[in-house]
Design a protein around this ligand. Structure first.
Ligand SMILES: [Ca+2]
Length: 270
């Protein structure tokens, strides 16, 4: 059988499609205007403090507890769970993942830390003080972001869904689809539960979405364009990812994959 369009035409069409996709997405950052419906407010930011961050840390998970930062990093062979001194960026403790695994979101609960992996459908529960693996758990999707709302773990998988898991058994107990207006928001990445809201990095953007966990509705955006200045960007610098909240002192920390800095920011109303 011969192809109606001929092989050459098909090659040209495929090549053209690839060029268009590379132009749209290949540069990494998706323009912020393309994602928002315009139905929810966009907040800006002010840098309160700038701290050192390990520029070799491919940040996939971040939270703050009791004076220290906990960070999960990704990439095969370079994935880890870390305890980090906020002020100096010094890695105080590190647990490396098996070579084949790609580390993802982390979240703490009582004396434990949970860490997801990207495609293995497997996560780890660590003792928070020793970083020893206490047990493993499974889930049916990819693993991206993770946070704890005081009752359940909330997880993203790179789609527009947020999944709720009972903390002991890691049984799924709920799900919402995150939408801005009528538009489902794809690429939900690192998460942080903050005062009744879920803050979510959106993959390959400089945006954080503020989400109602009850409905999935996007209630606002934080536009962090320009946070990492041009002088600190290199060809290998990754995207904004990593949100941590210090509940005692009401401080918000953000960073990015392979960024040399971690920032404390204040959100400014539009
Ligand atoms: Ca987080």
């Amino acid at each position: 059988m011969t192809n109606r369009y001929g092989a050459k035409t098909v090659y040209v069409a495929v090549a053209a499609a690839v060029v268009v996709l590379v132009l749209l997405f290949g540069s990494g950052i998706i323009p912020v205007g393309r994602l928002r419906s315009g139905q929810s407010p966009t907040y800006t930011y002010r840098i309160v403090n700038t701290y050192p961050h390990d520029a070799d840390a491919f940040t996939q998970g971040l939270f703050y507890d009791n004076g220290v930062l906990y960070e999960g990093t990704g990439r095969r062979g370079r994935s880890s769970l870390r305890k980090v001194d906020l002020r100096t960026g010094e890695v105080l403790d590190i647990r490396r993942l098996p070579e084949r695994l790609f580390g993802e979101g982390i979240a703490g609960r009582d004396g434990s830390i949970l860490q997801l992996t990207l495609r293995a459908k497997k996560g780890f529960v660590y003792d928070k003080s020793t970083f020893e693996v206490e047990r493993e758990f499974t889930y049916p999707t990819q693993g991206w972001g993770l946070t704890f709302d005081g009752e359940n773990f909330i997880m993203s998988d790179g789609t527009s869904a947020l999944f709720f898991f009972e903390p002991e058994s890691f049984t799924r107990v709920g799900q919402v689809i995150v939408k801005d207006g009528s538009r489902a928001l794809l690429g939900l990445n690192e998460l942080e539960y903050i005062k009744g809201e879920v803050f979510a990095n959106v993959w390959r953007t400089d945006l954080i979405a503020r989400i109602s966990p009850a409905t999935g509705k996007v209630t606002g955006w934080i536009d962090l364009t320009g946070l990492l200045g041009p002088a600190d960007r290199t060809d290998s610098t990754g995207v904004l990812n990593g949100i941590a909240y210090d509940i005692e002192n009401d401080r918000l920390f953000v960073t990015g994959k392979l960024w040399p800095h971690l920032f404390e920011i204040e959100i400014l109303h539009p």
